[in-house]
Design a protein around this ligand. Structure first.
Ligand SMILES: [Zn+2]
Length: 211
């Protein structure tokens, strides 16, 4: 590997960001837990962030060469694996029927599709925790994944791979499905009705922890 592995920095992390791999070897800057490379999305994001001079300049030229080398290696691996053959999911179709008339299950099927909805129901209850459930903010976890729903800003934040791939089309993953099934049924129904009725105003996002 070219360059020099960066030392521990004042801006470094003490461990992986929430929901990120616990293996230092998947970070371009391992000592500081920066620039995760575990998915193609993250490798590309790492390239983007590290190309910004405000981020690059935190490192010596030798350290920059090391991080560049690690990111390029990850990107090269992705290139060899070829483009993903997965079919993109179309956005959930808002039914002609008014959202107020749909049941929770009907709406979950719209956002998840039948197969994911089934997988959502199969997730064990013990893997789900709701840490906060207020009128404007609902938060919790499914397995190691975080879920934050902000009804005021109209954002849903989550961090699994399936979610990430379908952010733009505003589809949901099995974790979101299970989480919504765990909430109070009326709260979950009201929430999904609101999302469905104002789909264009809602943002599906993931935590920005690449840099
Ligand atoms: Zn998920």
């Amino acid at each position: 590997m070219v360059g020099k592995k960066p030392d521990r920095k004042p801006f470094g992390r003490d461990g992986p960001p929430k929901g990120y791999p616990k293996d230092q070897a998947v970070y371009a800057d391992p000592e500081n837990w920066r620039y995760p490379l575990h998915t193609s999305w993250h490798a590309k994001a790492a390239r983007r962030y590290f190309d910004e001079s405000s981020n690059r300049n935190k490192y010596t030229p030798e350290e920059q060469a090391y991080i560049d080398g690690r990111i390029n290696q990850a990107l090269e691996k992705i290139g060899k694996a070829g483009p993903s053959t997965k079919v993109r999911r179309p956005p959930p179709k808002v039914p002609s029927r008014r959202a107020e008339e749909l049941t929770l299950e009907q709406m979950l099927r719209l956002f998840l599709g039948a197969a994911r909805f089934q997988r959502a129901k199969e997730i064990d209850d013990s893997l789900v925790s709701v840490s906060e459930s207020r009128a404007d903010h609902i938060g919790g976890k499914v397995k190691d994944y975080v879920i934050e729903i902000d009804l005021q800003k109209r954002t849903i934040l989550h961090n699994c791979e399936d979610w990430r791939k379908n952010l733009d089309s505003k589809n949901m993953c099995k974790h979101l499905g299970k989480f919504l099934l765990t909430l109070d049924e009326k709260a979950a129904t009201d929430l999904l009705r609101e999302v469905l009725a104002n789909l264009n105003n809602w943002t599906f996002m993931e935590p920005n922890a690449a840099a």
